[in-house]
Design a protein around this ligand. Structure first.
Ligand SMILES: CC(C)(COP(=O)(O)OP(=O)(O)OC[C@H]1O[C@@H](n2cnc3c(N)ncnc32)[C@H](O)[C@@H]1OP(=O)(O)O)[C@@H](O)C(=O)NCCC(=O)NCCS
Length: 318
């Protein structure tokens, strides 16, 4: 009998063992997760995705599956982002389907009418399962990884395009730029994505900053400012003390009127020089980018990222 419990109270070692087994089967192209990375995933949610709900499924006392759902806000209140995985030894017994059936009423009660799954490998088990349940692919994503031990750092010597200057901060955006920064963040809405991108406001900026600070995440931001003092582009990179070797890329965006000048490359290069100048022991950066977002993919390749994986975002009306 499957027992499904809500909550995040999970035995880290058991959860980690299941995660490693899933990675070996479903994501062999990615490095095996370290225990530290698993502990960080459990302790530090991706704050920008909203409230996190978790469930675990046990069979005869053994952890056999887990589900996580995020409830985004600021214009995405119809959406639940969900990730389910089942231990490879316990597949094709209906466990994932039962787990999804158990969590769906909770998501509906929270007003969510659509569920979105990410990182689904085409032709893999997740693809077959989501298709069997009626999900359809809405977007394709590339996961790109930069390895600090292998990269040629000369790639990051990039000049700032004429007429612009870069401003940077750790944590909270300075008061004098926060309004124009919040407004520039809406430029990410042009990036092809499965997720309906949130409406950015100063209030949302401050909420996300507070959430990151609460979880001990150091978020660094580099923005491009035009001669009028307006923020016209931005990039963010997160450092989690619980997983200190891996940086996670946040949004990168340039306002439409300022594209094509190399601002994206200049901002990201400046960020890489800044982080590596004052943090030792970094091993890699991970970023996810829309497969058809060719400019962003190309910028990442020029900076030394390599494309590790291609996957789909899938969606189902609840
Ligand atoms: C996808 C996953 C959660 C499915 O778990 P599961 O418990 O084996 O799935 P179920 O037993 O509920 O499958 C129900 C139906 O989906 C289809 N299905 C599931 N896995 C399949 C596979 N590998 N090949 C073909 N069809 C499959 C079948 O129609 C199956 O019914 P059947 O066994 O009677 O033929 C599991 O394989 C997994 O953890 N994959 C890695 C993570 C992932 O991709 N998650 C999904 C995206 S969030």
């Amino acid at each position: 009998m499957i027992e499904i419990q809500p909550g995040s109270d999970v035995d880290i070692d058991e959860y980690h063992a299941m995660r490693c087994a899933v990675y070996a089967v479903d994501y062999p192209e990615l490095p095996t997760p370290t225990r530290q990375a698993t502990a960080a995933v459990l302790a530090v949610p991706p704050v920008h995705l909203g409230e996190r709900l978790m469930w675990q499924a046990h069979l005869d006392g053994r952890l056999v599956a887990a589900a996580t759902s995020y409830l985004p806000v600021d214009g995405n209140e119809h959406l639940a982002i969900a990730q389910l995985f089942v231990h490879p030894e316990f597949r094709r017994q209906g466990i994932a389907t039962e787990l999804l059936r158990a969590i769906t009423p909770v998501l509906r009660e929270r007003g969510r009418t659509s569920i979105e799954g990410r990182h689904v490998t085409e032709g893999g088990a997740g693809d077959h399962w989501t298709k069997a349940l009626g999900f359809r692919a809405v977007h394709t994503t590339l996961t790109q990884i930069l390895n600090f031990g292998e990269v040629d750092r000369g790639r990051w010597e990039v000049a700032v395009p004429e007429g612009y200057r870069l401003v940077r901060w750790i944590g909270a955006a300075p008061d004098d730029v926060v309004e124009s920064y919040a407004s520039a963040r809406n430029a990410i809405a042009d990036a092809p994505a499965g997720l309906v991108t949130p409406k950015w406001s100063v209030d949302r900026v401050r909420r996300v900053e507070a959430g990151l600070a609460k979880h001990g995440v150091e978020c660094r931001t580099v923005v491009a400012v035009d001669p009028d003092g307006e923020v016209v582009g931005l990039t963010e990179l997160e450092y989690r003390p619980l997983n200190p070797m891996r940086l996670m890329q946040g949004d990168t965006a340039v306002l439409a009127a300022h594209r094509g000048h190399g601002l994206g490359l200049a901002m990201k290069a400046a960020m890489l020089r800044w982080f590596t100048a004052d943090r030792d022991g970094l091993r890699e950066i991970w970023t996810n980018t829309g497969a058809d977002n060719t400019h962003m993919v190309e910028v990442n390749l020029r900076l030394g990222f390599e494309t590790a994986r291609r996957s789909n975002v899938v969606s189902l009306r609840l």
